[in-house]
Design a protein around this ligand. Sequence first.
Ligand SMILES: *Cc1c(COP(=O)(O)O)cnc(C)c1O
Length: 495
Amino acid sequence: MNIIYESTRNSNDRVTASQAILRGLAPDGGLYVPEKIPSFDKTLDEFAKMDYRECAYEVMKLFLTDFTEEELKHCINSAYDEKFDTPEIAPLVKADDSYFLELYHGRTLAFKDMALSILPHLLTTSAKKNNITDEICILTATSGDTGKAALAGFADVPGTRIIVFYPKHGVSKVQERQMVTQKGDNTCVIGIEGNFDDAQSGVKKMFGDKELNAKLKENGIVFSSANSINIGRLVPQIVYYVFSYSRLVAKNAIKAGDKINVVVPTGNFGNILAAYYAKRAGLPIDKLICASNDNKVLFDFFKSGVYDRNRDFILTTSPSMDILISSNLERLIYELTGRNAEKNAALMESLKQTGKYEISDEMKKDLEDFRGGFATVEEVSAQIKKLYENDKYVLDTHTAVASKVCDEYKKETGDNKPVVIASTASPYKFMGSVLTAIDKKYEGMDDFALADELEKLSGMKIPQAIIDLKTAEVRHKIVCDKTEMQKTVLSVLGI
Ligand SMILES: *Cc1c(COP(=O)(O)O)cnc(C)c1O
């Protein structure tokens, strides 16, 4: 079956999967969604016998139907290899009566690697299929994690370059060091004198600047984006839910067909949306539990049907979930409207104009699969301590949000189905918060000392990515004013 993608704001805008990957966002500002969600053509028992790569092929082929078998397998094999520190790629670990799906074994220690390892290959293959011979230049603004994962993914991928802007004084020391030491001849990292919003609007402006784009075209270069709304990031995320279920079957923890619940620590709503697609494609998931931190816009939405971003932005210990506009939620809203682009566009316009929208009672009925929950900074610390004391298992702050929400859900409902918790970052990435949650004596210690302590506590070896940071050479030193981003890009590209 051939799957075409349509924009959530204009169902006449229809493109192939490879075109949707190349475009990222639809020209009308909508997101591309598959015109229908395909069903698995392998049984759950068959999935249980597959390794990660085989599973990835069987899932992704259903969504990216204009890729040949050879093309898709090439992308998968180039992504899921020794870059991950375990051949399982995404191990499933039981602790405290839940199953933690560890999605942080890639190079930058967070789940973004699961998609950003393969996106460069999907993108260059898509370019080839559509006879685009220009070099693809990825432009990204980052508040920390996405930039590094994108840099690592695109480094030395032929036919691509990547330029990342970050707020010079607005990221953590570890995050900055991770970025400015990035290897790869095609990578460039630029600090700007300005905040994340300045970086983000500077990049958006360049994407929309016709004159600039024409100038690049003359020089054989096109801009593209590695943003999380690209279906080239969403589809690879469906895979690991299927994989986690297949491990449960393989371990005899469940029988094929038994229902499970999943809990996902959520920010932009991409990860949990992938779980929703997995369910629609036939994975026996019962509840999709959306876990938020103190920025609980989504919790309130699932409770009331009102999405309202008009509130204070709270800085928490789980910064990758500090988000008030969850872009990927638009794809779910589109489904709830009965795939009505006009209705969806009106709600999104309301969000833009007033910062809020409300869905109808009829739409609310279709939200039954979802549950919202949230955990405060204090609850997250207590949860990290609890898991460590009960099971010697160390969670990062984001995963701890999900783990706490999971406990609350079980307590409130008595629902004791097996639970898979998406574990989105290595505890090594947020060592300060994690260790002080376990014991106050770690407060104020420097990062490399903390790493040694965490290794002793967790028995989990210090990841190479952390060891390398200590000695890595600083390769990127460009700093520019927020008003000079375009000039700097042209100079980096030698135009
Ligand atoms: C990005 C991120 C999240 C949020 O994922 P979304 O797909 O944006 O909902 C959660 N945890 C970590 C560690 C992340 O980096």
